[in-house]
Design a protein around this ligand. Structure first.
Ligand SMILES: Nc1ncnc2c1ncn2[C@@H]1O[C@H](COP(=O)(O)OP(=O)(O)OP(=O)(O)O)[C@@H](O)[C@H]1O
Length: 279
């Protein structure tokens, strides 16, 4: 089953075409890394998936159902910065993920549900290496710790699809490689479908089971807003070789979740294929 289907999706702001006829099918449990030049529409693509924006044409299906107009618990998101609430403690930031899921944005959990949420939050904080930090506020955490907290918060909602908008872009290289290991572990151990925007090609190839590139086919300055971007490449990544496996990932699980080909064939973007260019 496809987790996500983009069927002839366009996004325009007035006369400015940002995304032009995007056809894309993303299989459940794939880890899609989305790359492309700055300003080409990667965040717009994620915002469509999140339900924060609506396509101007075409439709988006999540697990076979048309995307709801509002963000919901099916889709979790982590941004490069500011995904966590500064006024809540570390523990509170994770619990609120469950409160959003169970009781809506203004809801609170009480009694047994609250206790269960607290237990789950502590377990998740341990999994992301933040045990012992529960009572701190985000301002007292490093950038890497804040992003780990943001991941825990998003996962607490038990989303089907996790959307990551350059989540590790602001981290320095050492921290980034640690968090890559964590990210892969989380993904191995869950049934998440992940769509991650990144500027970093090595990150895309390290984490992605599939790399999708956005490109503007026509780049003349006078045409920049008249035509949008299209998918220009769709590359299934090969399974990593044994020596390159990061610590913590097991070969068994890698075989299971790094199939040789997760979706499509190289160069074949969708069941619809490329659309003909507009004249
Ligand atoms: N709400 C909006 N109204 C009008 N134009 C918008 C809006 N949101 C995005 N755009 C335009 O859409 C284009 C794509 O923006 P987007 O942020 O999706 O690009 P991006 O690929 O994520 O860029 P970057 O890599 O620099 O973050 C830009 O030209 C931007 O100005």
């Amino acid at each position: 089953m496809n987790a996500i289907v983009f069927d002839k999706v366009w996004k325009e702001y007035g006369d400015h075409v940002v995304l032009e006829q995007i056809n894309l099918e993303i299989e459940t449990r794939s880890f899609v890394a989305l790359v492309g030049p700055s300003g080409c529409g990667k965040t717009t693509f994620l915002r469509l998936l999140l339900g924060e924006e609506r396509p101007t044409r075409g439709s988006i299906l999540v697990e076979g159902v048309p995307l709801k107009a509002e963000p919901d618990a099916d889709r979790g998101v982590v941004f490069q910065r500011y995904s966590v609430f500064p006024h809540l403690t570390v523990l509170g930031n994770v619990i609120i993920g469950r409160e959003f899921e169970k009781a809506g944005a203004l809801g609170r959990l009480f009694g047994r549900a609250r206790k269960q949420a607290e237990d789950d939050a502590r377990e998740l904080l341990t999994a992301v290496g933040l045990a012992g930090q529960e009572a701190k506020y985000p301002a007292a955490l490093s950038g890497g710790m804040q992003q780990r907290l943001a991941l825990a918060q998003a996962i607490m909602r038990r989303p089907k699809v996790l959307l990551l908008d350059e989540p590790f872009g602001a981290l320095d290289p050492g921290i980034r490689s640690d968090i890559h290991v964590l990210m892969r572990r989380i993904w191995n151990e869950s049934s998440l479908t992940v769509v991650m925007v990144t500027h970093d090609l090595s990150e895309a190839f390290e984490l992605g089971t599939r790399i999708i590139a956005f490109e503007r086919p026509r780049n003349r300055p006078e045409e920049l807003e008249r035509y949008g971007v299209r998918l220009s490449a769709d590359i299934p990544t090969p399974p990593p070789t044994a020596p390159a496996l990061p610590k913590g990932a097991t070969i068994t699980k890698d075989i299971e979740i790094w199939p040789k080909k997760v979706a499509g064939s190289p160069g074949v973007l969708t069941r619809h294929g490329h659309s003909a260019p507009r004249s």
